[in-house]
Write a protein that binds this ligand. Structure first.
Ligand code: C5P
Length: 222
């Protein structure tokens, strides 16, 4: 049995990370959440009060940053220069600014290089926006996951609530639509479905349904 590389892309709140994490557990694959890397850089940029429009300054900051993703039973842990920032990078201020940071071509190039290395050994399930198109264009399995904006906002609301964050659903929906627009319209590797990706609309599916479908798709390829 050969462990394959799985690329999962899609817009914010489509359920990618929840589903990818569970599928990775079942398959005994490594789950890699690439959004966490852009979030870690955004967090550091905000801490250091960088101008988020300054591509060169952000690239320099990234080049001097060590971002490590460690699998753990509690979900992927994110370390920035040795410090655990797994919670800090989910804060609303980071979420509101991450798409601006991720839009810079130079930043993306360096992130993609790092992500390609993480995917090299196989047995990975990587989620993001450009995994099937740029990071692992030859992935054995590519999925593009989406759901209606209302459903995605509802899920984010529940997710926030479980972490003690209270933001109205309508506000979350507007943020999701704004990020979709920024991610889809940016020049550098925009969010688009790879031609050979399988489309999964998760609006009315349960998490278990989607996980099972992915596990079956992987088993058929292994
Ligand atoms: O997946 P998550 O919502 O945490 O990603 C945060 C942001 O990082 C996205 O809205 C997008 O702007 C950016 N991102 C990206 N490419 C990836 C992963 C995330 O541009 N591969």
């Amino acid at each position: 049995m050969k462990k394959i590389r799985i690329a999962i892309d899609g817009p914010a709140g489509a359920g990618k990370s929840t589903i990818a994490k569970l599928a990775a557990e079942k398959l005994q694959y490594t789950y890699v959440d690439t959004g966490a890397m852009y979030r870690a850089l955004t967090y550091k940029s905000l801490q250091q009060k960088k101008n988020l429009a300054d591509e060169q300054a952000l690239l320099e900051l990234l080049m001097s940053s060590c971002i490590e993703l460690e699998p753990s039973p509690a979900g992927q842990q994110v370390y920035l220069d040795g410090q655990n920032v797994s919670e800090a990078i989910r804060m609303p201020e980071v979420t509101a600014n991450v798409s601006e940071v991720a839009a810079h071509a130079a930043v993306r190039k360096e992130m993609v290089d790092r992500q390609m290395k993480l995917a090299e050994s196989g047995g990975v399930l990587m989620d993001g926006r450009d995994i099937g198109t740029h990071v692992i264009p030859d992935a054995e399995l590519k999925l593009f996951m989406s759901a209606s904006a209302d459903e995605r906002a509802r899920r984010r609301f529940e997710d926030n609530k479980s972490r003690g964050i209270h933001i109205p659903v309508e506000e979350l929906k507007q943020d999701i639509l704004r990020r979709d627009k920024l991610d889809s319209e940016r020049e550098a590797s925009p969010l688009i479905q790879a031609e050979d990706a399988i489309f999964l609309d998760t609006t009315t599916l349960t998490i278990e349904d989607v996980v099972e479908e992915i596990v079956n798709l992987v088993k058929a390829k292994e």
